[in-house]
Design a protein around this ligand. Structure first.
Ligand SMILES: CC(C)(COP(=O)(O)OP(=O)(O)OC[C@H]1O[C@@H](n2cnc3c(N)ncnc32)[C@H](O)[C@@H]1OP(=O)(O)O)[C@@H](O)C(=O)NCCC(=O)NCCS
Length: 392
């Protein structure tokens, strides 16, 4: 069994996966702090675990799978999706097999066990593929369960169109706190709308490697792309004030990446990439400015790719990364009043003009608008923009 969807693959478990699961039970265990942390991994020796898993692999699989492994981009194994039958009180119950199963209540689950891969959209794609698989097989009473402290899973469930259905107050004790047990029921119309939205999304953030930096070199050497950057008084031999272009020889690619990648939340740097084709379209970044106490940011779309709405979508991806994933508290950018497209996408995304300043460009004084968006402002806006569905 193999399901491909939006750049991820759901597939049957293979022998090679057992080593990953062993690592996810012993070394890379952070996912266990979120998936049923009240049930720690049962102690079992490595060899006994390996033999038990290999033995399971030899058994025939049910026609309709109750579990599939997830491979992320580049075929990297990152976790699994799973399912279990529920009784009428939303507790685990044994599956009886056959047609009865199709009419039963089923809870679908997901674990991305590589914590470095959380919050990058892979859970959305994998869980969407898994829900589609169940719906296409004729199962309609679909649920998912988590606890009220697991914000990522709650967010994922709601994003896909699961609606809270049963809350067991105070059911879970986790790390000294008391949380509710949550069961969500899939609203199939909302799920269909989610699939349409997901499949219409054009862009993703891609953290480049040295081999990809030819694209940055190409952008920085393109006068049309860099026109916004012309005319400043920057004393650097690689900066061309007449065009705004910047020399970026291959010898500097590694250094730039070492300084800007893997340094979140202080700094972030990524390309905008088209999901379907893998084509690079622009770059985004933010970095902390200690003297101001905010993060300055930038979005640049390569000139040949402009006027297609990528700036707006790219900015939305950057804001999600900054506020939701990295916990940045304030993003700041500044614009001359006449830089219409840049200013427009920032205002549309919720930035507010918090002041003006004067600077010198091409030797003449110019007015600059100071724009800011706070984490609270971003989260409140996200909440308002959530599509509301009536509760059952
Ligand atoms: C829960 C899990 C599957 C979510 O997958 P993911 O790839 O991290 O999530 P995505 O990036 O696809 O984001 C989906 C939604 O989750 C929420 N979310 C993701 N990261 C978040 C974060 N850091 N803070 C708050 N909400 C977050 C958002 O609502 C997001 O919606 P958006 O894309 O519109 O912003 C994954 O984080 C995971 O496996 N965690 C550990 C194990 C676990 O908790 N499993 C569930 C057991 S019940």
């Amino acid at each position: 069994m193999r399901i491909e969807y939006q750049g991820i693959v759901l597939r049957d478990m293979e022998e090679n996966d057992v080593a990953d699961w062993l690592r996810w039970r012993t070394v890379e265990t952070a996912w266990g702090d979120w998936d049923a942390p009240w049930e720690p991994f049962a102690p079992i020796g490595e060899e006994a675990y390996r033999l038990r898993e290999l033995d399971k692999l030899r058994k025939p699989r049910p026609d309709h799978r109750l579990r599939l492994e997830i491979d992320g981009p580049e075929g990297v194994h990152i976790g699994a999706v799973s399912a279990y039958r529920l009784d009428d009180d939303f507790n685990w119950s044994a599956s009886s097999g056959g047609e009865n199963d199709r009419r039963a209540k089923w809870a679908l689950g997901i674990d991305i066990c590589e914590s470095a891969r959380w919050s990058g959209g892979l859970g959305t794609r994998a869980f969407t593929a898994w829900v589609r698989y169940w719906l296409e097989a004729g199962y309609t009473d679909l649920y998912t369960q988590t606890w009220s402290g697991n914000a990522r899973m709650v967010g994922l469930a709601e994003k896909l169109g699961f609606r809270e259905y049963c809350r067991k107050a105070g059911l879970r004790q986790v790390r000294g706190g008391t949380y509710d047990g949550l069961t969500f029921l899939l609203d199939r119309e909302a799920f269909a709308a989610h699939c349409r939205r997901l499949e219409a999304e054009r862009l993703e953030l891609y953290v480049p490697e040295v081999k990809d930096m030819w694209f940055a070199q190409r952008m920085y050497a393109d006068p049309e792309t860099m026109a916004y950057n012309a005319g400043w008084d920057i004393p650097s031999a690689s900066y061309h004030p007449d065009t705004g272009c910047i020399d970026f020889p291959e010898s500097q690619w590694g250094k730039k990446l070492a300084g800007s990648v893997g340094r979140e939340p202080e700094r972030f740097y990524a390309f905008l990439r088209e999901k379907k084709t893998g084509e690079f379209l622009g770059e985004v970044n933010f970095h902390y400015t200690p003297s101001a106490g905010w993060h300055d940011m930038g979005v640049v779309v390569y000139a040949p790719c402009r006027r297609r709405g990528y700036g707006h979508e790219g900015l939305a991806l950057l804001l999600r990364r900054a506020f939701l994933v990295c916990g940045v508290s304030r993003l700041h950018n500044s614009f001359e009043e006449d830089r219409d497209p840049g200013l427009a996408i920032h205002l549309r995304a919720g930035f507010q003009v918090v002041g003006t300043s004067e600077t010198v460009r091409f030797g003449r004084p110019v007015q600059v608008l100071e724009l800011e968006l706070t984490k609270e402002g971003y989260l409140a806006r996200r909440q308002r923009e959530k599509v509301e569905f009536p509760r059952k």
